[in-house]
Ligand binder design. Structure first.
Ligand code: NI
Length: 251
């Protein structure tokens, strides 16, 4: 299995060696670490150099849009010469926490979509309560980069619209929550080939560890829930999601 979105640099209760070992012991062979802001760039680059199964993404999260400056594309281009930088992320729009700088968020999102296109890297999208604007900006500005809707949180209808555009959905721990009816419907309704696994660790810990700190090893609970919902074997889920992740990120 591949944990395609895991902030292992933000996990507090375990060392990185422990995180990687727990992951391996549970069948998670590769981990992709997204950046939230420029402060993460060097940390992530170093992690990809230290561990052969850790890959990175570089980008500025919408909630951190104010940390953007116009020298960053050059910095990212330079760091992305490291072939273990496999995507631009996480980038997008977040209207949940703070609506006071939506226009800035949009501007920074557009700049990073263009950067991903230029670098020929996939885009890992954070969309929280901003489905319409996120989708419209991607449709208008993205020219050819593969798109992952990380921690997908929309309806079945929105999922279908995304898939029509060829996007992929990152499914994480939320799908294991008992009250996540909409999410479970999404996972049952869309083609398996458009689903990839993620934890978004240290957040969104799946059942049965909900309430504690998340880690890549727990991505197996996400895979198990998807298998249960679709009434297929765990192996079918792990094979399909691994193949799709390889196709998207080239790993
Ligand atoms: Ni994240």
């Amino acid at each position: 299995m591949i944990d395609t979105h895991s902030h292992i640099n933000m996990i507090e209760g375990l060392t990185t060696d422990e995180i990687i070992k727990n992951a391996k012991d549970n069948g998670i062979n590769k981990i992709i670490v997204p950046a939230a802001n420029p402060g993460d760039f060097q940390v992530i680059s170093a992690l990809t150099q230290k561990y052969n199964n850790v890959f990175g993404m570089l980008g500025v999260h919408p909630s951190d849009a104010k940390t953007w400056d116009d020298s960053l594309p050059d910095t990212i281009k330079q760091l992305a010469q490291n072939k273990k930088i496999v995507a631009i992320g996480e980038i997008g729009l977040d209207y949940y926490w703070d609506k006071s700088f939506n226009d800035l968020q949009k501007e920074i999102f557009i700049k990073q979509i263009k950067l991903a296109n230029e670098l020929n890297l996939p885009i890992d999208v954070h969309d929280r309560e901003a489905h319409k604007d996120t989708f419209e900006l991607l449709k208008e500005y993205n020219k050819g980069s593969k798109v992952v809707m990380h921690c997908f949180s929309g309806s079945v209808e929105f999922a279908r619209e995304c898939i029509k555009e060829g996007y992929y959905l990152g499914i994480g721990g939320v799908v294991t929550f008992k009250n996540a009816i909409k999410m479970k419907e999404v996972v049952k309704s869309i083609p398996l080939e458009h689903i990839i696994l993620e934890t978004d660790a240290p957040y969104l810990t799946p059942v049965p560890f909900r309430g504690t700190e998340n880690q890549p090893a727990y991505v197996k609970f996400v895979a198990e829930e998807i298998a249960k919902l679709r009434q297929i074997s765990l192996e079918e889920v792990t094979n399909a999601t691994e193949q799709t992740s390889k196709l998207i990120f080239g790993i």
